[in-house]
Structure formats: C-alpha cells, structure tokens
Design a protein around this ligand. Structure first.
Ligand SMILES: *[C@@H]1O[C@H](CO)[C@@H](O)[C@H](O)[C@H]1NC(C)=O
Ligand SMILES: *[C@@H]1O[C@H](CO)[C@@H](O)[C@H](O)[C@H]1NC(C)=O
Ligand SMILES: *[C@@H]1O[C@H](CO)[C@@H](O)[C@H](O)[C@H]1NC(C)=O
Ligand SMILES: *[C@@H]1O[C@H](CO)[C@@H](O)[C@H](O)[C@H]1NC(C)=O
Ligand SMILES: *[C@@H]1O[C@H](CO)[C@@H](O)[C@H](O)[C@H]1NC(C)=O
Ligand SMILES: *[C@@H]1O[C@H](CO)[C@@H](O)[C@H](O)[C@H]1NC(C)=O
Length: 614
C-alpha cells in the first residue's frame, strides 16, 4: 500500500538521481510500453510521465501564486493545497468482471484490468492499482507476488502487470485493488501457469491431458459470444487460444439483437479503444493466448494497406478523421496491446506477435502472424490478379524473417523432443476449391510459401504437426499433403504430412451465406468435400457458429467441434458436432475419420447427409 504523499515527497528531494527508479510504478504497467519502448508512435516515455507527475507534485508543495500553466486550465489559479499526489477519489474497475489473464509462462502470467477514476481528476494525477496473487481461491496466507502500478488516461486506464515467481503448472487466484482504498477491489480472477519446458510429456498438466479451446472471428453485431461461455462452463479447457478477428472494425447492424456497436468504422486510437471496451462487456475468454487477424486493424489487411485504406490520397478518404493506413495500423496495434494481455516478445520489432510456447515435452504452441506482419499483397476486391501471382516464389505470407524463424522453431521443437507441434495461425492452410474459387486471401494466394512449409516438414521428417486455423467462418478438417500430390491417398491418409483443424466463427456469419440452415449448408459441403481438388479435405460444416477444443496427451490429439444452437441471445446451449483423433507418429487423421459419423456437416468418407444436431 502506498503511504499517500510520503513516497513522492521523498522522491522529490532526491530529484533526478532516482529517475530510473522513480518510473517504477509506471513501468510496472506494461500498457505504457504498448507494444514497446523507444518508438513514440507505439509507446509512452514513462520518464516524461513521471516528470509530469513530479511537476504536478511540485505545484502542491510550492506557493502557487504566479503559477502559469496553460495545460491545466481547470486548476489555474486554484488552491492546490489539498490536491492528491495520486488519485484518491475512487476507482471504477469498469471491466472488473472481465479482468483477464494471458500469455502464461511456467513462472509468470500477465494480469489485466482497467481502473477509471471516478470524477474528473487532473490529467497528471496517476491512478494507483495494487495486485496480489495467491495459491488459493480465498486469498488466504501470503501472496506469491504482489505490487502496485500506475495507470492514466494515456493508456485508456488499462493496467497490464506481470505476476512473477510463480510455480510451474499451478492454479492461482488474483485480485486488484485501489491503492488508496483497500475496500475497492475487482472480482477474484483465476489463472494458471504452464508446465516448464523440460517437464516430461506424461507429467504436463499434472499428468492429465491438456486441452486448448480454439476460437476465431467474434463479430459483436452478429451475435452473443456464447462460445466463450460454453468453453468455460461445459469443457475442461485449460487454455483459450484466439486466432484473431477478436474485434471487428466495421459497424454492421446488431440492433435487432441488442448488439449495436458504438462509434464508427475504426480509424483512430479512440475508435479502437472504444470498440475493444465494448466487446469486453460480453463474456471474455480467460487464460488467453491471443492473436491478430485482419479485422483487429481492418478488412483484408496486408503489409501496406487494407481493402479500404492505404497511404494514398484516396486511401485516406474512407475515414471521417482522414486517417491513412499507417496511422490506422499504429492506432489499432497500440490499443490492442493496451487491452489484451499479450507479451511483447521482441522490443526491437514493433509488429512482432509471432511467438512460441514450450509446454513441457508435450507440445510447442507456435503462434504465427500470417496477416499484419509482412504479408505481400492480397485480394483487395478491386484488384483481381492474385490468382495469377499466387505461385510466385518471391511472394510471402509471413515475411522472410518470420518464415526462417518458423522453420527453425519446428526443427528445434522436434529436436528438443516435444511430442506435438501445434501451430496457431489465422487463415485456412489446405488447398480449398470452393465451387470454382480459391480464397486467395488464405494460403491459396501464397502457394510458394505454403510449399516451403510442407517441404520443410517433409525434408526434415518433422512429425506431429497440427495446424489450427480460423478466419473462414466455417469448419474444415484436413490431412495435409502437397496440393494435387497424387501420392496422397484420401481414403487411407497415406502420404499425409500433417493435419489441419480449421474452426468456424464465434459469431461472424457463415461464408456459405448468413444464417444458412444445416441442410442447405450440407448441400454445399457435399460439393466441396467430393471435389477432386480438395483431396485432403475430410470434413466440412458451414451452418453452425462455435469453436473447437484440442486435447493433447503423449499418444493422441483429439479435436472436438462444438456448435452453438442460438447466438441471438446469451445462452450455453451447444452440442458436439464432430470428434477427430490423430495418433502420435501418424501425421494423418485416424480412420474412419471422425469415427465414421458426425452430428453436423459432411464427411468425405461417407458423403451422405446425416441427421444433424437440431
Ligand atoms: C463504472 O463503470 C461502469 C461501466 O462503464 C458504468 O456502467 C458505471 O456507471 C460506472 N460507475 C461509476 C460510479 O462511475
Ligand atoms: C488505395 O485504396 C483505394 C481504395 O480505398 C484504391 O481505390 C486505390 O487503388 C488504392 N491505391 C493503391 C496504390 O493501392
Ligand atoms: C517476382 O517473381 C515474378 C515471377 O518470377 C517476377 O515476374 C517478378 O518480377 C518478381 N518480383 C520481384 C519484386 O522480384
Ligand atoms: C492444383 O491443380 C488445380 C487444377 O489444375 C490448379 O488450379 C491449382 O492451382 C493446383 N494447385 C497448386 C497448389 O498448384
Ligand atoms: C434464437 O433466439 C431468438 C430469441 O433471442 C429467437 O427469436 C429465435 O427463434 C431463436 N432461434 C432458434 C433457431 O431457435
Ligand atoms: C453448460 O453448463 C451450464 C452451467 O453449468 C448448463 O446450464 C448448460 O446446460 C450446459 N450446456 C450443455 C450444452 O451441456
């Protein structure tokens, strides 16, 4: 607890000597370095914030006559004698129920909350928040880690701290409080650490299989995030992985179901913050490993633009604020790092979110950025020539740096003896002919890059690679061989190099048509799974919104797909639509695929319309 005023008075007498130490309470809030220190477009210089704070404190301790400060017109000429050095007028934890944790490691985890001062304090007064983390839900005994950190309007009152010195593979409970009033607390949040890298595969997660819940495409105006609730209440998921499109920049029309989005099409930092804040009024995923797809910036984002914005005169015209692509992207990335408990993996690389989690010897969870990092041009609706360049060797989806890192990471994972290589990324990997069309915004538009990945897996005999995908708003389960490789046998799976589990959207409308009924969707799936160009594809389902879980033990990976019955209102009504297994060492789906029957969608093996779950 801060002894109010005391600390800052003594700090003043030491002056600049303690400048580094003095910023400690700002620096502990990782939102200020969002995403990283040293680049003014991307972060805050906490020394300047501290100087601002100290200048304010000085005003409290010197005679204020003749104090001329245009920056604080409200306080000009006012009596400063009773003004607080830190805000003590009360805190509103506006998103307290939705306090979040993310990017767990073996000994640390990121904790997130938002602390808004009640009333309208002077801008230079920071809000101080304390946190404590315990090994029991009643918060008894001594906390394993605790501390205080500042937040301020500069970071939209968000607070992101790293709780450290934790034990591997352990459950924890944490709480935030107002430093100036211990009675103002958030709800108690639960979190966990992961197993340390050298834990034998059969001892990871206390010897129980580890379950990931995998989500993508949560468009607020399209429905309620029931998938997050079902994963939390009705599965044994240990870690939530969101593959991107966690928010959408667009407006749409959700008023009919009470899901009208605030603001306008997102362009400025205010816009992105407001949208993230609104999304977090619904159920949020916990113990989150999060990722960005295009809509965290804008539709069809690539390295130099989006469908409706770029850095030309016409490309700035989309926005009432006149924001062009680069400013828009910086605003999106900055707000994302404020609002999402994600680590900044490389402080010299402003856009990097690709990163790897070594979870014992059971798996490496490798998260790629196939969208915003260094992607060559995609389909922008007005340019139609992507098919003609999709094979170019010099085109990359990931960018050279991420590509070489990824190949090394796969090889290192195998050589360190991890059983599974789970690759979380945004877009559908397998070749997918959808009634005469390839989605060239997915890997089908970047075929040379896809071939380089498959070549690396094949040439280095990398086993047990499982690719997770989102973005497409439909379910697709595939063996993975080189596209059009006739030595692959779709009946037995012989010749397959890896497996892909692509999941549908949490809410975003089906790519088969908004609100398409199961039977109508199955008719489309039937055409797609029997198309000879889609020989790898084993299951297609396009009606239901939902998510899937992936349960891993040293011998088997099991994917269970969940279908939500109704996303027009908040509920936990869902059913398992299909279950797939992959045996360690097999590099293909177990036959018969999905045990020979599914509750929704169409299997290649028995392409007849089965009774659906409704
Ligand atoms: C606290 O924040 C919530 C959510 O924004 C709001 O509904 C509520 O009115 C706020 N309470 C106070 C006292 O400002
Ligand atoms: C920029 O985007 C606009 C659409 O907003 C498009 O009409 C224009 O061709 C784009 N310019 C370039 C150079 O890509
Ligand atoms: C990329 O490769 C294509 C096909 O080989 C070639 O036509 C094009 O000029 C190359 N582009 C660059 C920038 O090197
Ligand atoms: C596979 O063959 C089809 C039909 O010839 C072609 O359109 C497609 O581009 C091929 N895929 C790859 C990755 O070469
Ligand atoms: C879904 O719920 C809404 C009410 O929120 C209802 O009007 C609609 O009929 C339901 N849909 C189905 C398929 O049950
Ligand atoms: C999920 O759990 C909730 C609460 O425990 C329960 O009410 C609901 O019926 C469950 N849903 C399913 C599909 O089992």
């Amino acid at each position: 607890m801060i002894a109010k005023n005391m600390r800052f008075v003594s700090l003043l007498t030491l002056g600049c000597v303690v400048a580094v130490q003095a910023t400690k309470l700002f620096d502990r809030n990782l939102a200020y370095s969002s995403p990283f220190v040293g680049y003014p477009q991307f972060s805050h210089d906490t020394r300047k914030l501290q100087a601002r704070h100290v200048a304010y404190v000085k005003r409290q301790t010197v005679d204020n006559t003749g104090f001329d400060d245009e920056h604080y017109p409200t306080f000009y000429g006012a009596d400063f004698s009773n003004a607080p050095f830190i805000w003590s007028g009360g805190i509103n934890f506006t998103h307290s129920v939705a306090s979040m944790q993310g990017d767990p490691f073996d000994t640390s985890v990121l904790l997130w909350t938002r602390a808004v001062p009640i009333g309208t304090p002077d801008q230079s007064v920071p809000v101080c928040v304390s946190f404590k983390i315990f090994d029991n839900p009643n918060l008894n005994g001594k906390p394993l880690d605790s501390g205080e950190a500042f937040t301020s309007y500069d970071v939209d009152w968000t607070l992101k701290v790293e709780a450290t010195n934790l034990k591997a593979d352990t459950k924890y409970w944490y709480q935030f409080a107002d430093c100036t009033n211990a009675k103002t607390v958030t709800t108690i949040g639960a979190t966990r650490t992961l197993s340390s890298p050298n834990t034998p595969a059969n001892l990871v997660n206390g010897g129980k299989p580890l379950t990931l819940a995998v989500f993508s495409c949560s468009r607020f105006q399209d429905g309620y995030f029931n998938a997050y609730g079902v994963a939390a209440h009705n599965t044994s998921a240990d870690v939530f992985v969101h593959l991107g499109d966690y928010i959408y920049e667009s407006l749409g029309n959700g008023a009919a179901i009470g899901r009208k989005v605030l603001g306008r099409e997102l362009a400025t930092i205010f816009d992105y913050r407001q949208r993230l804040g609104q999304y977090r009024t619904d159920v949020s995923p916990t113990s989150l490993i999060n990722h960005r797809d295009d809509h965290e910036v804008a539709d069809q984002a690539w390295k130099a633009g989006t469908a409706d914005s770029n850095d030309t005169m016409v490309g700035c015209a989309f926005s009432p604020s006149g924001a062009c692509f680069t400013d828009r992207k910086l605003a999106a990335v900055r707000a994302y790092h404020e609002w999402i408990p994600i680590r900044q993996v490389d402080v010299d690389d402003k856009l990097r979110i690709w990163r790897n989690f070594q979870i014992g010897k059971l798996l490496d969870l490798t998260m790629l950025d196939t969208r915003n990092y260094d992607r060559d041009i995609t389909d922008l609706y007005y340019n139609t020539d992507i098919n003609s360049i999709a094979d170019f060797q010099n085109r990359s989806l990931m960018g050279a740096e991420q590509e070489s890192w990824f190949y090394n990471t796969l090889s290192q994972s195998q050589s360190r003896g991890a059983v599974w290589r789970i690759v979380g990324q945004q877009i559908v990997f397998t070749q997918l002919d959808e009634q005469g069309e390839f989605d060239v915004d997915a890997w089908d538009g970047y075929r040379a890059n896809r071939n380089r990945i498959l070549d690396h897996i094949q040439n280095n005999r990398i086993s047990n690679t499982v690719i997770l995908s989102g973005d497409s708003h439909a379910n697709w389960v595939s063996d993975l061989a080189h596209p059009n490789d006739t030595s692959y046998d779709p009946v037995t799976g012989k010749g397959s190099l890896a497996v892909e589990f692509a999941g549908t959207a949490v809410t975003s409308s089906s790519s088969f048509g908004a609100h398409i009924a199961p039977l109508a969707a199955d008719a489309i799936s039937q055409i797609i799974v029997t198309d000879p160009l889609n020989s790898d594809l084993q299951w297609s389902e396009g009606s239901y919104r939902g998510f899937f879980t992936l349960t891993l033990d040293p011998h088997t990976a099991t994917a269970t797909y969940y279908a939500m019955r109704n996303i027009s209102n908040p509920n936990l009504d869902a059913f398992a639509s299909a279950v797939f297994t992959v045996k360690a060492g097999a590099n293909k789906l177990t036959r018969p695929v999905a045990g020979g029957s599914v509750a929704a969608g169409i299997l290649k093996a028995s392409p007849s319309v089965l009774p659906t779950g409704v």
